[in-house]
Write a protein that binds this ligand. Structure first.
Ligand SMILES: Cc1ncc(COP(=O)(O)O)c(C=O)c1O
Length: 448
């Protein structure tokens, strides 16, 4: 490799590289950050400084960075068969083994998986399978799809239409027709209690179903905890009622577990934790701990049966069931089971994380904290005086993110909040250092 020349890299980046979810002018004023190395929960930045990874990459590096087990599994699979497709009556061993392994872990009715390369593709695949399923069942009028405000389901035309965040839809003239949004249970700023707000969301959902006609609605997509929308933790009982509402109206319930799957909440899946019994479940991120791209769409036996009976299934990507990605996923699951990472979140680091979050609720810059398992958020207050008093609306999160980075921890800034989702292998001392760095950042945000 060429020697690390930051000035040159930043020049090349500026000249040739469009980044996802980035304000390029703002980024190039300071120069892009470049992560040079990563081990466990620690990153090494462009200046050689160590940073704690409070977001596990992008809510995904659950088993931590740099695990030799995954490298070995990937190398071995590349030596055996680096690529062969799963099209046309053929496949590879890791794809079969992973589908079977997921069937053993997933909620009871989900016994079939179709693979893809990302969370967006997993949701896009779910949308297409749902359309095909209702058509095969002779219910051609069931075409509309429900999703929720503050939901994030991806960036393709259809999945950005599911995503309930104006920043993701407005620039692209989305949503497409037939995608409907009902309120997500983000009570913050509403003046209502979480329970009252959740009850109102359910009423609004019921009203939307009545208005559109249940017979025209195919499915509802639900992130059990809305992640990119600001770590919206559902109020007690809300998801159970939402699930029941969908069941009553023959609306397929899709659990988007791209973030919540694979231990983040201290259970293999939120659907298991909260007994959601989804008809479909979409997965990505933690499935390979981010080492290589992989998505999966799991479907109930009824849906799989209808699709299989329907004849030729003309859906799938070249890399559907990529053997290297599936091998990485199998090795990731091995690590998770061997190190009991789900239990670790439930019994150990999860409670410690939530207690630390709760302690920050007393900080003057913090308006609210919320979290579950090993994911959480802090809503920030605007200081009355000082450099951040005049910050633009919805920019405190970004300001806090930058200060936290200077203090040694990477968190995600969203609107006026910061989100955290560290690797599941995070140690006690790393958690303590993450929160200490975050507290220093909040002190600076508040200083005047
Ligand atoms: C809940 C959820 N669904 C879907 C996606 C889209 O996944 P990808 O970015 O891999 O397309 C994300 C990504 O953050 C997500 O958080």
């Amino acid at each position: 490799m060429e020697s690390f020349d930051l000035d040159q890299l930043r020049r090349l980046d500026r000249a040739h590289h469009l980044h996802p979810f980035t304000d390029h002018r703002a980024m190039h004023r300071g120069g892009t950050h470049v992560v040079r190395a990563a081990r466990g929960s620690t990153l090494v930045g462009e200046d050689g400084r160590e940073l704690l990874d409070g977001l596990a990459g992008l809510w995904c590096v659950n088993i931590g960075h740099g695990r030799e087990e995954i490298l070995d599994a990937v190398a071995a699979q590349m030596r055996a068969v680096a690529f062969y497709p799963s099209f046309f009556n053929t496949t590879t061993e890791p794809a079969i083994r992973l589908a079977a392994r997921l069937a053993g872990l997933a909620p009871a009715r989900l016994r079939h998986a179709i693979f893809s390369n990302s969370g967006s593709e997993a949701n896009e695949t779910a949308l297409k399978l749902i359309r095909a399923y209702w058509k095969l069942r002779g219910r051609r009028e069931k075409t509309k799809v429900l999703a929720r405000t503050f939901g994030y389901h991806g960036v393709t035309l259809a999945t950005a239409s599911l995503t309930g965040l104006p920043t993701c839809s407005e620039p692209f003239d989305l949503p497409l027709p037939g995608f409907l949004h009902v309120p997500g249970p983000n009570h913050y700023g509403s003046g209502k209690s979480p329970a009252a707000y959740g009850a109102w969301c359910l009423e609004e959902t019921e009203r939307a179903i009545a208005r559109e006609g249940a017979g025209t609605i195919s499915a509802m997509f639900v992130e059990p905890v809305q992640g990119a929308g600001g770590v919206v933790v559902p109020p007690e009982g809300y998801l159970a009622e939402l699930r029941e509402l969908c069941r009553r109206h023959e609306i397929l319930f899709v659990a988007d577990e791209v973030i919540t799957g694979f231990g983040r909440l201290g259970a293999w899946f939120a659907s298991e934790l909260w007994d959601l019994d989804p008809d479909l479940m979409t997965l990505a991120k933690g499935i390979t701990s981010g080492y290589v791209p992989l998505g999966a769409t799991m479907v109930s036996g009824e849906i799989a049966g209808a699709l299989e009976a329907g004849g030729y299934l003309a859906h799938g990507f070249t890399y559907t069931g990529h053997p290297v990605a599936c091998a990485a996923a199998l090795a990731t699951l091995d690590v998770m089971e061997r190190e009991k990472l789900v239990e670790r979140v439930r019994d150990d680091v999860g409670p410690r994380f939530l207690a630390a979050l709760e302690r920050l609720a007393g900080h003057p810059a913090v308006a609210e904290v919320r979290g579950v398992g090993l994911i959480g958020a802090l809503e920030l207050k605007r200081p009355a005086r000082g450099p951040h008093a005049a910050a633009a609306p919805n920019s405190l999160g970004l300001a806090a993110h930058e200060l936290a980075r200077e203090e040694g921890v990477v968190v995600r800034g969203i609107r006026d909040l910061v989100a955290l989702s560290p690797p599941l292998v995070v140690t006690h001392s790393e958690l303590d250092r993450m929160f200490a760095a975050l507290e220093r950042a909040l002190d600076r945000l508040w200083a005047h």
